[in-house]
Design a protein around this ligand. Structure first.
Ligand code: FAD
Length: 495
């Protein structure tokens, strides 16, 4: 995965002698690995998209929860703020410190042990710094499936996945990160270790603290370990791609696919034709899948517990019915691992291909699944009327009601010379899109979290009661506002 260009190292704002003394004191208190050199810290001070840049006294890299606790205690004693960081692949700027130097980054990157696997309880307990890929591989060794699936799996961490309540491509069948989490170990802003690593499917013993920390984006504590749900491995996983006219046709196909495949339907991703065009332009290894282009496509995955023949037969029955009823115009079923990878590459390379075309304006929205057709039709029309010539780059997890509803500039205004002018339209485009999302009963951040990117807009759309309750939770757990300040809640609301 490519990284954003490194910005220049930040300039110190604390007197150099005091800075050195503070760093020495932190090092003595914590006794773990720590980066303080400006150049070494640079990758930790910017977000993946290169939009946010900040400063920190140090990047600490603890080896265990006790070392995390010691860093937190030092931050309390010296009035520093704490920014937890996993793989730094988040798309909302949540892991980037602010411009003040009174931040200490706690990077979980060195905490990556698999603590236990219980194949009968179907659970795995891991350090929060394990990458998603490492957890999936450890589960596979025990012949189990950990189903969370993100294109960033080689870099993002379980702590980050839980803190952003990540979604991805398996949510339709297995749920998002929250639904895959049974227990947590957390270092609180009061420098305590909460040992909540329970592997229980049932536990009704009061307020669910685990669910408070999941999706909190590091604003309530530092996740240091997690117990996660595992599933039996499917015997076979088959992929198909169908060409169709519109999101409305895709919705009808979803209904039909659920009728034919029920719980075996594990992914249902919609892709607008322009995405395929971008991918084909920038990834020559991913040619157009059909001779004739189609306005939309759907990528379907079926995980079958019986056999390849059984899965193929079910897919063929479904797709034949969809062709006969003119729901789809063409379809292909993967007949090899290489073909499956090629079909998924069409979907997974979209973000990178769109970035290669030039700057774009992103929205990560969800609406009730039944509303997707109306939402796309009406909001496309509204945006195209306000900004003639723009290109709607729409793709995503239609089976979850979640679309990456992105906008690229008109074809004749592609390229660096027009980027600034295009990005200046962002506030107005966000407003039109997010007002529409809210009208349709949806969410302005379906899976990427709020961070700083969507923080203020989210506050605009939440009710006074919802904001008051969120602020009360923050004040109860982190009364000094030490944890990841400025993220999720606007600073005024968090105070
Ligand atoms: P970071 O980016 O390091 O942090 C994210 C947030 O979590 C920050 O607020 C940080 O403070 C907090 N945090 C991190 N670790 C901890 C911890 N241990 N304790 C407390 N707080 C913590 N996301 C999706 O949901 N679905 C996708 O399909 C998807 N695709 C992506 C594709 C690409 C190419 C990229 C670059 C990103 C994608 N993402 C996707 C976004 C990103 O990968 C996820 O949000 C991921 O869960 C972030 O994990 P991370 O370890 O990188 O967290």
């Amino acid at each position: 995965m490519s990284q954003p260009p490194a910005p220049t190292a930040p300039t110190a704002t604390i007197d150099p002698a005091q800075l050195a003394a503070l760093r020495q004191s932190l090092q003595q208190a914590f006794e773990g690995r720590m980066l303080t050199d400006d150049d070494d810290m640079v990758p930790f001070l910017s977000d993946w998209r290169g939009r946010y840049h900040g400063r920190a006294l140090a990047v600490t890299q603890p080896d265990d929860a006790e070392q995390v606790r010691k860093v937190v205690q030092w931050c309390i004693d010296n009035d520093f703020r704490i920014v937890p960081q996993g793989g730094n692949t988040g798309l909302a700027g949540g892991a980037t410190p602010d411009a003040s130097e009174r931040n200490v980054i706690i990077s979980l990157a060195r905490m990556r042990s698999v603590r236990a696997i219980d194949p009968i309880n179907n659970t795995i307990t891991v350090d929060a710094g394990c990458t998603l890929l490492e957890v999936k591989e450890a589960a596979a060794k025990a012949k189990r499936l950990f189903p969370l699936t993100l294109p960033s799996e080689g870099s993002c961490t379980i702590g980050g996945n839980l803190s952003t309540n990540a979604g991805g491509c398996g949510v339709l069948r297995y749920g998002n990160a929250r639904e895959l989490c049974l227990g947590l170990e957390v270092v609180t802003p009061a420098a305590e270790i909460w040992g909540g690593l329970r592997g229980l499917r049932k536990d009704n013993t009061g307020y669910d603290l685990r669910d408070l920390f999941v999706g909190a984006e590091g604003t309530l504590g530092i996740v240091t370990g997690a117990t996660l749900k595992l599933y039996p491995e499917p015997v076979v996983t088959l992929t198909a791609l169908a060409a169709l006219e519109s999101p409305r046709h895709a919705l009808k196909l979803l209904e039909l696919a659920q009728k034919h495949l029920s719980a075996s339907l594990t992914a249902f991703e919609m892709i607008a034709d322009i995405c395929i065009d971008f991918v084909a332009r920038h990834h020559p290894e991913c040619p157009r899948p059909f001779a004739e282009p189609s306005p939309y496509y759907v990528l379907l995955e079926c995980s079958d517990a019986e056999s390849q023949e059984h899965a193929t037969e079910r897919f063929e029955t479904l797709l034949n019915e969809a062709l006969e009823t003119e729901l789809i115009t063409d379809a292909v079923i993967s007949d090899s691992l290489a073909r499956t990878k090629a079909l998924w590459a069409l979907r997974e390379n979209i973000s990178e291909a769109q970035a290669a075309v030039g700057k774009n304006i992103k929205h990560d929205i969800s609406v009730p699944i039944s509303q997707i057709g109306d939402f796309v039709e009406q909001t496309n029309a509204e945006l195209e009327a306000a900004f003639p010539g723009i290109r709607m780059v729409v793709f995503g997890h239609l089976g979850d009601g979640n679309l990456h509803y992105n906008v690229s500039p008109p074809a004749e205004r592609e390229g660096p010379a027009f980027e600034e002018e295009f990005l200046a339209l962002q506030p107005e485009m966000n407003r039109i899109t997010h007002d529409a999302v809210v009208r349709f009963g949806g969410s302005i951040s379906a899976e990427h979290g709020l961070g700083v990117l969507r923080r203020d807009e989210s506050a605009r759309y939440k009710s006074a009661t919802e904001l008051r309750l969120m602020k009360a939770v923050k004040a109860a757990i982190d009364p000094d506002g030490r944890m990841n300040p400025g993220k999720v809640l606007p600073p005024s609301a968090a105070a």
